[in-house]
Design a protein. Structure first.
Length: 614
C-alpha cells in the first residue's frame, strides 16, 4: 500500500506548555523530540520585547527576564481564552510582573513596551518558535501542519483561542488534543496491549488526571477526565515565595512584594529551590542586594535555607487537591483505584518526591518509569498527527468532553444537553417550547458548566417565529462537538424549518479580521527573522575568514612580495578584505555572501603559498 504521507503532509506535534513547550515529529514510524538550537528538548514558553524593540522567545527571553521583568510574558497559557473579568485573570493581574489590560472584546491584552498584544498572539510567538525549531532541524522542509495539545480541562474558548494562536503562527492546526490523551498515546504507541491507565499530569500551571482504556487495534478511549487550570508548579513556587517574603518581613519589616525586580528574583529562586529539593534534602536560597531601603539606600540581602520537610508542609494542601481530583474522577468513571493497571506521570512537577509518593499511595502502585514526563505530550501529539495524515497508521482516539454543555432557559435553569465525559465527536438535540404568547424570537444562551459555575460560551437569536400561543412553537436545539472539542449549536423552528446556528468562536476574544492582521504581522516577523538569521550566519563566516586570512597575511606577504605577480595578489587580497568588511557594515547580505566566497578563495591561495617549500 502506498503511504499517503508526503512532504506537504509533514506534521509536527506541539506541547504548548505553561512553562515549557516541546515539539516532536514521527519519522519512519519513530517518534522523536526535536531539540532547539541550544540542544534543549524543551523551550521556555516565554516571550519578551527588548528596549530596542526586538522580540525574544524561549531561553533567551528567560535569561533576561529578571532585568526586563515588565516586558517579559510567562504563563500566557493561564490567560488564553479567558475573559477580562474572570477570576483567573483577576488573580494573574496581581501576581505577574507584566501589565495585563482589558481588550476590546472583554478579553485580555498584554502590554509590552508601547504595544498591546492579545494572548493568542503571544502564544503564536511561541508556536512560531517551535515551528522554526522543527524547520531548522529539517532544512528545506516547510512545516505547516500541526497537532497542538491543551489540558483536558480547557473549555471551548481556551481551545478556540489556542487554535487561533496556531493560525496566527502560520500553522494549519489539524487537531487539538488533550494532553493526557497525548501522553497515553505516547505510552501505548506500538505496544499491543489492553490496559486501563491513569495519566497524572502536574505541570507548571495546570493539573489534569485522565483515565483511559487502551484497547485492541490502537483504540484509546478516555473514560473520564478532570483537572484544575489553576493548580500547578507556579502555586508551589508561590508558597515558597510567601515563606520567603514573610520571613523577610519578620526580619527587616520590609515587604519585598512591592519591588517587581525583587519579586522576579524571588520567583526564580523559589522555583530553583523547589527543583533542587526533588534531589536533595536542603536548598540554600541566596539573594544578595535583594532590595535597598531607607534614605541611605542600605542594601539588604536574603539568605535562607529551605528543607524538604518545610517545603512539603508548605504545599501539602496542593498535593491533597490533586489526590482529591483523582478520587472524584475515579468515582465518575465508576472505578476503583486498584483497577488502574498503570499510572503515567507527566509534567515537571511529578519529579517532586512528595507528588510521586502521593500518587503511589493513592493508586496503590508505583508509577510507570518508562516515559519522560517533559516529552510524552509532544510525542503523543506527533503520533496523533501522523495518524491523521497517514492511512497506514491504525489509531483511534476517543476523547471526552470535560464539561457539561447546555442552554440557559427562561427560568434561568441550566438545561444540560451533553453531559461531562461524553465521548466526542458527539451531537445531541432537545426540544424547547416558547414561553410567551406570540413570541417572535428566542434567545439561545449556550452554557458550559464548569465546577458548579455556568459559563456563557455564546448566544444567538432565532427570529421570525410565527404568532402562536405560548408552548405551541417547538424549537429544536442541537449541540455538536467536533474532534477538537469545539462546540457548534443550532436552533430550528420544527414546523417552518427556519434555522439559526453558531459555532462558538466569539469567545476566543479575537475577530477574524484581527486574526488576519496578526497572521500578517507574524509572517512579516518571520521574513525579518529569516533575513537576520541569514545575515548573522554570513557575518560569522566572514569574521572567521577575515581572521584566518589576516593571520597568514605577514607570512604570505614576505614570501611573495618579491614578484610583481605576488604584489598584485597581495593587493587583491587587501581589496577583498576591505569589501567584506564594508558589506558587513552596510548589512548587505548578498554582497557579503559574494565577498565571503572571494575571501575563502584567497584563504585557499594563502594556505597553498605557506605550505609550499620555499
Ligand atoms: P511542565 O509544565 O511540564 O514543563 O512543568 C514545569 C513545572 O515543573 C515547573 O513548575 C517546574 O518548576 C517544575 N519542575 C521541573 N523540574 C522539577 C523538579 N526536578 N522538581 C520539582 N519540580 C520541577
Amino acid at each position: 500500500m502506498e503511504v499517503k504521507s508526503t512532504m506537504e503532509d509533514r506534521v509536527i506535534g506541539i506541547d504548548l506548555g505553561t512553562t515549557n513547550s516541546c515539539v516532536a515529529i514521527v519519522d519512519s514510524g519513530t517518534p522523536e523530540v526535536i531539540p532547539n538550537r541550544g540542544g534543549y528538548k524543551t523551550t521556555p514558553s516565554m516571550v519578551a520585547i527588548t528596549e530596542a524593540g526586538k522580540r525574544l522567545v524561549g531561553h533567551i527571553a528567560k535569561r533576561q527576564a529578571i532585568t526586563n521583568a515588565e516586558n517579559t510574558v510567562y504563563t500566557a497559557k493561564r490567560l488564553i481564552g479567558r475573559k477580562w473579568d474572570s477570576g483567573p485573570v483577576k488573580n494573574a493581574r496581581q501576581t505577574v510582573s507584566y501589565e495585563i489590560v482589558e481588550g476590546p472584546h472583554g478579553d485580555v491584552r498584554v502590554q509590552l513596551r508601547d504595544q498591546l498584544y492579545s494572548v493568542p498572539e503571544i502564544s503564536a510567538m511561541i508556536l512560531q518558535e517551535m515551528k522554526l525549531v522543527a524547520e531548522e532541524y529539517r532544512p528545506g522542509e516547510e512545516i505547516s501542519k500541526a497537532v497542538i495539545t491543551v489540558p483536558a480541562y480547557f473549555n471551548d474558548s481556551q481551545r478556540q483561542a489556542t487554535k487561533d494562536a496556531g493560525q496566527i503562527a502560520g500553522l494549519d492546526v489539524i487537531r487539538i488534543i488533550n494532553e493526557p490523551t497525548a501522553a497515553a498515546l505516547a505510552y501505548g504507541y506500538g505496544k499491543e496491549m489492553e490496559r486501563l491507565i491513569a495519566v497524572f499530569d502536574l505541570g507548571g500551571g495546570t493539573f489534569d488526571i485522565s483515565i483511559l482504556e487502551i484497547g485492541e487495534g490502537g483504540v484509546f478511549k478516555v473514560m473520564a477526565t478532570a483537572g484544575d487550570t489553576f493548580l500547578g508548579g507556579e502555586d508551589f513556587d508561590a508558597r515558597i515565595i510567601d515563606w520567603l517574603v514573610q520571613g523577610f518581613q519578620d526580619q527587616h519589616d520590609v515587604d519585598l512584594r512591592e519591588d517587581r525586580m525583587a519579586l522576579q528574583r524571588l520567583k526564580d529562586a523559589a522555583e530553583k529551590a523547589k527543583c533542587e529539593l526533588s534531589g536533595v534534602g536542603e536548598a540554600d536560597i541566596n539573594l544578595p542586594f535583594i532590595i535597598s531601603v531607607g534614605r541611605s539606600n542600605e542594601a539588604l540581602h536574603l539568605q535562607r535555607t529551605l528543607g524538604r520537610e518545610t517545603l512539603e508542609s508548605l504545599v501539602s494542601d496542593l498535593v491533597d487537591r490533586c489526590v482529591d481530583i483523582c478520587r472524584g474522577t475515579l468515582t465518575d468513571a465508576q472505578l476503583e483505584a486498584s483497577e488502574v493497571e498503570e499510572v503515567v506521570l507527566v509534567g515537571g512537577m511529578t519529579r517532586m518526591p512528595m507528588v510521586q509518593t502521593a500518587v503511589a499511595e493513592f493508586f496503590g502502585r508505583e508509577p510507570c518509569k518508562g516515559v519522560h514526563p517533559d516529552e510524552v505530550v509532544g510525542i503523543g501529539a506527533a503520533i496523533q498527527g501522523i495518524a491523521l495524515v497517514d492511512e497506514q497508521e491504525d489509531l483511534i482516539l476517543l476523547d471526552v468532553t470535560p464539561h457539561a454543555l447546555g442552554v440557559m432557559t427562561f427560568g434561568k435553569n441550566f438545561e444540560e444537553l451533553i453531559g461531562q465525559n461524553t465521548t466526542v465527536p458527539t451531537s445531541q438535540t432537545k426540544i424547547f417550547t416558547t414561553s410567551r404568547d406570540n413570541q417572535t424570537a428566542v434567545k439561545i444562551l449556550v452554557m458550559q458548566r464548569e465546577s458548579e459555575d455556568d459559563v456563557l460560551l455564546g448566544e444567538f437569536i432565532l427570529t421570525g417565529l410565527r404568532s402562536a400561543p405560548k408552548g405551541q412553537i417547538e424549537i429544536e436545539v442541537a449541540f455538536s462537538i467536533d474532534s477538537d472539542g469545539i462546540v457548534s449549536v443550532s436552533a430550528k423552528d420544527l414546523e417552518t424549518g427556519q434555522e439559526q446556528s453558531i459555532q462558538v468562536t466569539a469567545s476566543s476574544g479575537l475577530t477574524s479580521e484581527e486574526i488576519d492582521q496578526m497572521m500578517e504581522d507574524a509572517q512579516e516577523y518571520l521574513v525579518d527573522r529569516r533575513e537576520t538569521d541569514e545575515f548573522q550566519a554570513a557575518q560569522q563566516r566572514g569574521e572567521t575568514l577575515i581572521a584566518d586570512v589576516e593571520k597568514l597575511f605577514p607570512e604570505v606577504e614576505e614570501i611573495v612580495a618579491s614578484s610583481d605577480f605576488g604584489r598584485e595578489a597581495i593587493g587583491k587580497a587587501k581589496g577583498v578584505l576591505d569589501k567584506t568588511r564594508q558589506a558587513m557594515e552596510s548589512k548587505d547580505v548578498e554582497a557579503l555572501k559574494e565577498h565571503n566566497e572571494a575571501l575563502s578563495r584567497t584563504l585557499r591561495m594563502f594556505k597553498g603559498v605557506v605550505s609550499r617549500p620555499h
